[in-house]
Ligand binder design. Structure first.
Ligand code: KG4
Ligand code: ZN
Length: 337
């Protein structure tokens, strides 16, 4: 019980996440989301997100403390997402973290959001193998990382050159008349359709890089639907959803396993909101089994943005003896890994 209690604050997008951990034991993971406020705009509106973070911050911290059965005075360190993300949204979290750190007289750790998506898996599946490969896919990012040590050394191998994977799901859902955020709706619709019904393009499939591209696919789906509608033909939404999803998942898993082979790594972690996708989980498991790679995927509530992931990485930084951040750390919307 002498491991430090770390409170993690996540505000990089539309979730105000407050997590509390003791070492790698999760004590609380409270979330307030402004997702419904963005739905009618079809995407996250930064100004609306920032305001919602400000309103949710104190109540969500209190909710988390209550669930953990702790008081603020029990917190030994504060960790906060310092980037990448929406700058106004990040600022709210970083300002709150500084205030808690100063007020409580405990160290502050500004952390990278992507590294936190990797670190969170340890709350469920134990210490990360060193090294591992991480595929992070969400509405804001699509990245392949080589992770020798999540506290000290995370290397970017590739990322999307245009849309993020989740963004492609959301945009295609819109074309198909499905609500925002569209990922879960496409996943559900696709179960009634065939992934082989329509041959949609797979961007950067065999280009030798570990980068992704989804905007060509998104446009191809939109053109396909438009052409059918113009011709007065009805479209079978489940087939379009399944065929689109198959193209995304095929590219993601192909490149993730290619990264494992290239760096001779036998452990793959998948995180981010799109990791909730049932077809991605199934195809990743099949391809990992065939390649002799072990697959780790956090449960859906820890894949999407949350505070526990920030607290988990904070606990790693404390354990690794990393120097805390100064109270002058900036929010860095384009923080590199
Ligand atoms: O990690 P996250 O909660 O927030 C960030 O974007 O950082 O990810 C949200 C994204 C959205 O684009 C959403 O459509 C997608 O994850 N998503 C899914 C599924 N569940 C959520 N995409 C595909 N299939 C799903 N089941
Ligand atoms: Zn994220």
């Amino acid at each position: 019980r002498d491991e430090p209690v770390v409170l993690g604050i996540e505000t990089s997008c539309d979730e105000t996440g407050i997590g509390i951990v003791r070492g790698h034991t999760m004590l609380a993971n409270a979330i307030a989301s402004s997702v419904e406020q963005h739905a009618r705009f079809g995407g996250v509106v930064p100004e609306v997100a920032s305001r919602a973070h400000l309103e949710a911050m104190t109540p969500t911290v209190e909710l988390a403390l209550g669930r953990a059965g702790l008081r603020l005075a029990d917190v030994d360190a504060i960790a906060v997402t310092a980037g990448p993300g929406l700058s106004g949204a990040l600022l709210v979290g970083v300002a709150a973290a500084k205030a808690y750190s100063l007020g409580l007289g405990v160290p502050l750790y500004g952390v990278n959001h992507l590294a936190a998506h990797v670190a969170v898996d340890q709350l469920e599946h134990g210490a990360l193998p060193k090294p591992c490969i991480a595929l992070l896919v969400s509405g804001g990012h699509s990245s392949l990382l080589l992770v020798p040590d999540v506290a000290r050394d995370v290397i970017s191998l590739g990322s999307t050159v245009d849309d993020a994977a989740g963004e492609a799901f959301d945009k295609v859902a819109r074309v198909l008349g499905l609500p925002f955020p569209g990922g879960p709706h496409i996943d559900r619709a696709a179960r009634e359709g065939s992934g082989a019904a329509i041959a949609f393009p797979r961007g950067k499939y065999d280009d030798g890089t570990l980068d992704f591209s989804f905007s060509g696919l998104k446009t191809a789906v939109a053109r396909w639907v438009e052409a059918r509608e113009k011709a007065g033909e009805s479209i079978h939404v489940p087939d379009v959803a399944a065929s689109f999803q198959e193209a995304v998942v095929d590219v993601l898993t192909r490149k993730a396993l290619r990264a494992c082979a290239k760096y001779d790594v036998q452990d793959l972690l998948i995180g981010g909101g799109v990791a909730a996708n049932s077809r991605l989980r199934a195809m990743a498991q099949e391809r990992c089994d065939a390649a002799g790679v072990r697959l780790r995927v956090p449960s859906p509530g820890l894949c999407t943005d949350n505070g526990a992931m920030v607290a988990a990485l904070g606990a790693d930084l404390v354990a690794a003896g990393i120097t805390p951040s100064g109270l002058d750390i900036p929010a860095d919307s384009s923080m590199p890994i």
